[in-house]
Design a protein around this ligand. Structure first.
Ligand code: URA
Length: 245
């Protein structure tokens, strides 16, 4: 059986278990082939890994089939984040939307396409950076994540940052900036100037969804991106090289 056929069969198999009420496979922990893949059940407290640097794989394992907040009830997929585990640059958004929930990948919808084109315009590829969100499950109807949901999830994002140790973080929009910097100042006042997050340079800028509604703000986001490139010792490619971005 080819890999994708095997995966499809496994998905069907797991759906049957789920449909009859199982939350995990009834397999002995001694079974090596599955034990490394079984994720732990949820715990009620957010984790605090401030003293322990975990690998991204370990963080994903810790998240498990998370039920730490109410978002688990409506999500299709946990959107962990993706990119280079040792990226120099990390982008942080708010939380998955419908497309992200469907695909289990961050920033793949309309706002995501805009973020991807910004990354490309900076002379980078999505695989060169790491893209994550404050909450890993979709808030229904694309509402903002609520305080209890952010509280339940933010520890994982902080662990991801500690694991990746980027040189620069770009927070996209108010929710991400507030969650990381614990500030109440609006994004209009915060954007464009580097802040400090545990010794990492953090550039708050507008969220791509805001840019979809206000395309003229793309100019200031590009100004912010140029500051980020400078901080990384990189230059944006000449405009001719990114025609169409
Ligand atoms: N908006 C976000 O904040 N994150 C995503 O992953 C997609 C849209």
């Amino acid at each position: 059986m080819r890999n994708n056929e095997f995966a499809a069969t496994m998905v069907e198999f797991l759906k049957v278990y789920e449909a009859i009420g199982f939350e995990f496979l009834p397999i002995s922990g001694k079974d090596e082939i599955f034990s490394s893949q079984i994720e732990p059940d949820s715990v009620t407290e957010p984790i605090d890994n401030s003293n322990e640097v975990m690998t991204l794989q370990a963080i994903r394992h810790e998240i498990g089939h998370c039920k730490r907040c109410k978002l688990h009830k409506t999500r299709k997929n946990i959107v962990f984040g993706e990119g280079d585990a040792k990226a120099r640059l990390m982008f942080i958004g708010e939380g998955p939307g419908a497309d992200e929930d469907e695909q289990g990948r961050p920033f793949v919808g309309r706002a995501g396409k805009l973020l991807t084109s910004l990354i490309n315009k900076m002379g980078l590829k999505r695989e060169d950076v790491f893209i994550a969100n404050v909450v890993k499950c979709r808030p229904p109807g694309n509402r903002e994540p609520e305080q209890d949901e952010v509280k339940a999830c933010i520890g994982f994002l902080k662990s991801q940052i500690a694991s990746i140790t980027p040189e620069v973080i770009v927070t996209l929009g108010t929710v991400a900036t507030k969650a990381i910097l614990a500030t109440d100042r609006p994004i209009t006042r915060l954007r464009g100037e580097f802040k400090d997050y545990k010794g990492i340079k953090l550039m708050p800028t507008y969220h791509p969804s805001y840019l979809l509604r206000n395309p003229s703000a793309k100019t200031v986001v590009w100004t912010d991106a140029l500051k980020v490139l400078k901080e990384l010792g990189l230059e944006a490619p000449a405009p001719a090289e990114n025609a169409g971005a």
